[in-house]
Design a protein around this ligand. Structure first.
Ligand code: CUA
Length: 316
């Protein structure tokens, strides 16, 4: 029972806002349920048929009453909508500078990796007071990453990236669940999020060091798959230059423009012809089946780390 309290702890910056909306909904529902049921009983007794031949007075309606009971719930519903939407948007948009962690869900475990290279299974260590953004993919079926104490939940879907962010406010150990039925061991697909003081986190991070960051692992994979034969850094080869590409707009053959984000890069590796860059031909083979979701995330981390020469100078 201790692990499943009636109400989970509120341990993130968004938790109290989510709870407030929840309590408002609960109060509004309780108020109207009590009001409606009381009136049903009261009217049933007050206006019961008293004589077998009794005929009630016909009532043709009341415009004022009808307006009142249409407009009032309308205003209440729209206020709840506006309030909920504000929180939804806040929750959907990670603040700039959030620490990024990569998550792969598979039957039946969570594999997590920090950009510095540390890997975890069914455990996530994060510092307190720091926004954390998770970029998530699934290796098989739909899972859902759920941390009740943070009031955040997001589906993890095969074939695309979803993301979720939170900012923990209290050090501690919080339950992590899979919240989407994903097979026989679904109920066991959980773990813990450890929220640590920044110093403890730094210690943990160095203690768990692997000697290889995600970008470095991505670079190795990039070499192993032979990507550098076409994607050259010195000049455009058979494939576009990848330095400084991440997050910038790309002109497609169709005339359309897309931002080179995680989803676009993932798609371009698995289905190169799907959204081809203007000026290139469909020569690149697909890497579908040759690379895992974790490998894709590592290559993306590598491409992210490739700043164009001028930008590196400007930053230094
Ligand atoms: Cu994964 Cu349920």
């Amino acid at each position: 029972m201790k692990d499943f309290p009636l109400f989970p702890e509120a341990a993130s910056t968004i938790a109290n806002s989510v709870d407030n909306v929840y309590f408002l909904l609960l109060t509004v529902s309780a108020f109207f349920s009590i009001l409606i049921f009381s009136l049903i009983f009261y009217f049933a007794i007050r206006y019961r048929r008293r004589r077998p031949d009794e005929i009630p007075t016909p009532i043709l309606g009341s415009l004022r009453l009808e307006l009142f009971w249409s407009v009032t719930p309308g205003i209440i519903a729209l206020s709840i909508f506006a309030w909920g939407t504000t929180i939804y948007f806040r929750n959907a948009d990670p603040p700039p500078g959030a620490m990024e962690i990569f998550v792969v869900g598979k039957q039946w475990m969570w594999k997590l990796q920090h950009p510095e290279g540390q890997r975890e299974i069914n455990e996530l260590h994060v510092p307190v007071g720091q926004p954390v953004k998770l970029t998530m993919a699934s290796e098989d079926v739909i899972h859902s990453f759920y941390v009740p104490a943070f009031r955040v939940k997001m589906d993890v879907i095969p074939g695309r990236y979803t993301s979720l962010w939170f900012e923990p406010t209290k050090p501690g150990k919080y339950h992590l669940f899979c919240a989407e039925y994903c097979g026989t061991q679904h109920s066991g697909m959980g773990g813990w999020v450890y929220v640590m003081e920044p110093v403890d986190y730094e210690n943990w991070l160095s203690g768990a060091a692997t000697g290889e960051t995600m970008a470095e692992a991505g670079e190795k994979l990039f070499g192993r798959l032979g990507c550098q034969t076409c994607h050259r850094s010195d000049r455009p080869g058979r494939g576009p230059v990848l330095e400084g590409l991440f997050g910038t707009p790309v002109q497609l053959q169709t005339g359309e423009k897309v931002i080179a984000d995680e989803a676009y890069i993932r798609e371009s590796i698995l289905q190169p012809a799907a959204r081809l860059v203007a000026g290139y031909r469909t020569q690149m083979p697909t890497f579908q089946g040759q690379i895992t979701e974790e490998g894709l995330l590592q290559i993306i981390a590598y491409i992210k780390s490739l700043a164009p020469a001028e930008r590196v100078d400007a930053e230094q």
